[in-house]
Structure formats: structure tokens, C-alpha cells
Design a protein around this ligand. Sequence first.
Ligand code: FAD
Length: 478
Amino acid sequence: MSQAFDVLVIGGGPGGYIAAIRAAQLGFKVACAESNAYDDPKGEPRLGGTCLNVGCIPSKALLASSEEFEKIGHHAADHGIKVSSVSIDSKKMVSRKDDIVTKMTGGIQYLFRKNKITLLKGHASFEGKGADGYQVKIDGKDKETVSAKNVIIATGSKARHLPGLSVDNVLICDNEGALKFDSVPKKLGVIGAGVIGLELGSVWRRLGSEVTVLEALPSFLAACDVSIAKEAQKLFVKQGLNINMGVKIGDVKADKKGVVVNYTDSAGKAAKLECDRLIVSVGRVPNTDKLGLDKIGLKVDERGFIPIDDHTCATSAPGVYAVGDVVRGPMLAHKAEDEGVLAAEVIAGQKPHIDYNCIPWVIYTDPEIAWVGKTEQALKEAGVAYKAGQFPFAANGRALGMGRADGFIKVLADAKTDEILGVHIIGPNASDLIAEAAVAMEFKAAAEDIARICHPHPSLSEVMREAALATDQRALNM
Ligand code: FAD
């Protein structure tokens, strides 16, 4: 007899594995199907999805290594520390990253055992609906058809590739190849100045690559607040990133000598980029291939996403939910996790809620960029009367002591009610500092609330307080 579950989760990424754990906590009999072995030596499907295997975690491990390298090589002297020579062992750096990934995927396996979640190893696809729920075929190391009363689709996304450009993940790489370079390329090309392109470009620039970024859009980091994007572009160019906006990519050739990208620059002039390796980071597409959605009457939208109810993540098939990168909204691991928890709780009859306006965004460049809520340009466009307060890290003792004084925090608050509408950071530890703003916005705090709360001294968080005070021209240290 086939196995029957209350909840089957398809995909073991942050959306899927968290949904499985929450559903198990709520007392359901749960299974989670995962097909991708990533680089597992035994070819065993690995949990953690894109985030853990080829995304957030490995990229941050490499970022940390490259930061250490840059600190020792370039900033140690400012502290009076003399270092005679610094070199990088890229293989060691990559194997450290692999060890972290292996440890963490093992951690999720442990959590599955602890929560009595059945891992189904293989590609899952719908076969239809029977008396005991949805019939889902598992095809891989496990071969069986299981049934489930509820299904949470958390199949994530994969890198978008440009037509006519073949990614071999050696010379021309997407995120997967770019996370396992075995040596530092002398010249690195990056197509796409989005989050992933800038993060990976920054890693290899710090390690000594000459990095050129080609971007089709005319404006840099268009999703960010304009003033943050401007500051970021200025700082990245100063650090040595060659950023070319408004280009049109032509043909790309790769051979033993390297890669040549022909493109038209923003002035319409033909140009050529010669590099040793090329990273293509032009967005991601949802994974819905061979999922058998048609067998349960589901269709994807024009961009390939599974349509859902905005409040419950329910699809139009009763008992089928979809979360994470495979549905609308920001492609962020923490958004996927929160939707996974929400779907499990909706199945349990609870009434969870996600305020998408309070989801923080982070770009792990140096300095980091992070924001939550509305940008200044969005408020202007919507005709909202607001006030802005900005404070630089250069006026903060802790930032100066750390030698990390670039950037600023900007707080946007409603002109009448003082409610915080958006917070934008470019500066050290922005990824941690933004959490205070997210909490404040979830609680509908006013700028005055942050301004009145005692912040530790000396700390980077004082910049948040000063920016909140600055919305009323009351910054104390400027
Ligand atoms: P995924 O993590 O993509 O997981 C989906 C899983 O489902 C995959 O393992 C896939 O193999 C499996 N699957 C697909 N189809 C099937 C099927 N039919 N049967 C069985 N299994 C299936 N986000 C952040 O928030 N912070 C970051 O710092 C960050 N850095 C990133 C860096 C890079 C280089 C990349 C590429 C992404 C980064 N992201 C980051 C984005 C983040 O990784 C994704 O938003 C997140 O992984 C989405 O989670 P998910 O569970 O929806 O999908």
C-alpha cells in the first residue's frame, strides 16, 4: 500500500523544509520530497535548497573569506599591523565553504528525524486526485506514488540563462559555477548588476580580480532607494568595480583563452569585454517543470509563477499551497520561510499573517545595503507626505573605530503621524541593523519611538537613533 500523508511538501529549500517542520510541530504526518543532490558525493538528495547549497550560505561564506583577505591585505596597516605578504588559497577557501554547507544540510536532516518527517528522495510530480488525497509520484532514489491530503509546493527557482549563451559553469557560470572557482580569475566579467551579480563580483574583486559588470538597465539598483543606489555606485566604483549601465549584450564566445562578450554601450558604441571567466546573473525563473500541475488543474502565470491567494498562499486547487521563489514577491529565503510557516498554519486552521511591506531586503556587498518598507521615490510617486532623516556612519565613533565609516542610515516617516514608512541603510552590518527597523515597522512604531529608545554606546545602532531624530532635525551628534 502506498504511503499516505497529511501534508506533503515538494522541495527541501527554506520554504519547504521550514513548512515541513512547522506542519510536523502542528501534529501532522509529514513528508518532504527533494530531488537535487547538488554536489553530494553519494548522489543523495540534499536538503536546504538553493539557499543552503548554492545561494545564501555558500555566497556568504565566500564573502566572509574575501573580507578577511581584504582586511589583512589592505586595512591591517591602518591599525598599525604590519603584514609582509598575503595570499589566498582558493581551493581551501572553497572547501571551507563546502564544509559549512555540508554541516548545515546535515543539520536539516537531523531536524527532519527529530520531527519525524519522511524524506522522499526524488522528483515529485502530481498524478491526479483520488479518494485519499493528491497522488504524487516520486521518481529518483525513491520510486513510489504517495498520497497527501494537503500539498505545499516549494520548488524554488533556478538561474535564468540568456538565449544563445551556453552556461558550462567553468568559463561561463551562473551562481552554481561562480561559487566554486578553483582560482582567482585575473579578469572577471559579470552580466547583471543585481544582488547576486554584485555580491559575487565583490567576492572576486576583493581577492584581486579585475571585475567588469555589464547591466542592461539604465539605472543602478533600481529597487533601492535612489540615494542609497547613488551612494552604492559611487563606493563600488571607488573600490574598483567597473560598472557599465544601459548596455546591450551581443554575442558571447568562449574558448581555451577565455570569454569575449561583444556588447553595445549606453552611447550605442560597439564594445568588447575580454575576461577569463564570466558570471551570468540576470535573474531567476520559478521551477515548475515536470510538476504535473495540469493533472490537478493548475496553470502558471505569464512569468511562470504559480498563482496564489495573497493572504493564505492557497492555489486554486483545494488543499494545495505554494510558497517561496515559485510564487510572486521577493526571491528571498526569509520570505520563503515565513510563507512556509504560514501555509502549514493555514492547513491547521490558524489565521497567520505576513506583512510583505515589513520584509527586509539585504545586499551583502561592502558596505552592505539593507532596507525595509517604502523608498523615497515610491512615497513621492504615491503622493504620501513624508519626512526624511539621515545620519552618516562617519559621525559614529564605533564605525570610525572599526574603520567602516562609509554610508548612512535614512529613516522615512509619515509627515503627520510620524509612523515609520521605510528605513534604508548602506553601511557596516546593515543586515543586522535593519532588524530593528523591521521590528519597529511591524509594531507600527513612530520615528519618535526609535528616537526615545536608549541605544547602546558605542554601537552602530546609534546611527539608527540619530537618523530617527534627524526626521525632526534633532540629531544630537551632527
Ligand atoms: P529553493 O531554495 O530554490 O528550494 C527549492 C528546492 O526544491 C530545490 O532544492 C529543488 O531541487 C527542489 N525541487 C524543485 N522541484 C522539485 C520537484 N519537482 N521535486 C522535488 N524537489 C524539487 N536570499 C536571501 O534571503 N538572502 C541571501 O543572502 C541570498 N543570497 C543568495 C545568493 C545566491 C547566489 C542565490 C542564487 C540566491 C540567494 N538568495 C538569497 C535567494 C534564496 O536562495 C531563495 O530566495 C531561496 O532559496 C528560496 O527558497 P525556496 O524554498 O522557495 O526555493
